[in-house]
Design a protein around this ligand. Sequence first.
Ligand code: FMN
Length: 362
Amino acid sequence: MPIKNGFISLKEIDFSKKEFLTNSRFSLAPINTGFGNNGAPTGRLIRFHSDRSGKNIAISYVGNVAIDSAFCTNESTLILRQNEPGWNELTSAISSNGSLPGIQISCRFFNIPANRKWRDNNSVGKVHLYRNFIASLSTHEIDLIFESFLKAAILASEYGFEVLQIHAAHGYFLSCLMNPMLNNRSDKYNIDNIGGVCDLLANIRKYCPDSILDIRVSCFEGLSRDPLNEWNIKIKQIKLLESYGYDIVSLSAGFYDLSKNLIYPGRRDGLNVYLQYCEELAGQLRKALVSVSGNIRNLKDLEQKPSNIVFGIGRPLVADPYFVEKSLAQRENDIKHCVWSGLCHYYTRGYKHIFCKINDDI
Ligand SMILES: Cc1cc2nc3c(=O)[nH]c(=O)nc-3n(C[C@H](O)[C@H](O)[C@H](O)COP(=O)(O)O)c2cc1C
């Protein structure tokens, strides 16, 4: 394997895991495929991840799995529930192909359904609604959500997921609690306590000691005019959170209900859109890895990056499950490249699950 660095010093994980992680710095970024049936994984989901594991992919993350049926994004959202054999089948398929099974544990909580539009026409109004909503919740309600997060993390690890990613990006509930423009609470979920996310991480670390713990955050949600302002707050929070036990912090950007462009940067946004933030952060963390997604395309160019930086690949792996393997082998001409057609954004387009212009075998 061309890449040998990064993960080993991370934490005391067993030897076989170290071997997997040292094999590649490239993972399948969390993708909400829409391949759920009443919250349970379908055969298509298992096939999707089976096809996107091994092949120099370190972690195959299942995107957006809700902690409870009350916190789904749409009717296709996966839900972590007990006694669903599909989850074991899914993790076995990923592991036996040679990747670590990862799961993104999420909670979308708002009193208006998820926005289908690419961009909200009244983002200022939406920000007010979100702030009022977060303020209106009782401490007990949030206690229950945090308990559900913990239960979901324990269940996910029992199902065989070795990487537990807490979704605190894209305007999902935890990202709202972490955002000073949205959280003006004065109880234990206040902004100085990073919305309580520190305690959540510490609890998951305590009850899932062998899991690799990951938190996904937006470098900036795009709520203020100055993204750097938002980033300066976020980088401080991420540094503080490190002592609560995460192993990987995964950087993305944006807020689903307001504007999807930051989440799914387009062709004209250029390559490696959030890499500069990732590099800045990587120089300041003590031992966690920083993962970054967003138009990461030329993998060979990234090999010289510091060893605590890893990469999440989304759409290129939807288009071609062999994208990482072919890129590292410099078989550029064999790659079926993503063309940013937007067909995979199924919810925005009113479909039930993803499609791809380049790959009809999904
Ligand atoms: C169809 C689709 C579904 C996605 N679902 C999720 C998700 O469930 N959770 C998440 O955090 N990011 C999600 N993302 C964002 C990706 O993880 C990734 O950050 C983004 O696509 C940018 O990476 P890329 O340029 O390699 O595609 C999704 C992206 C796409 C294209």
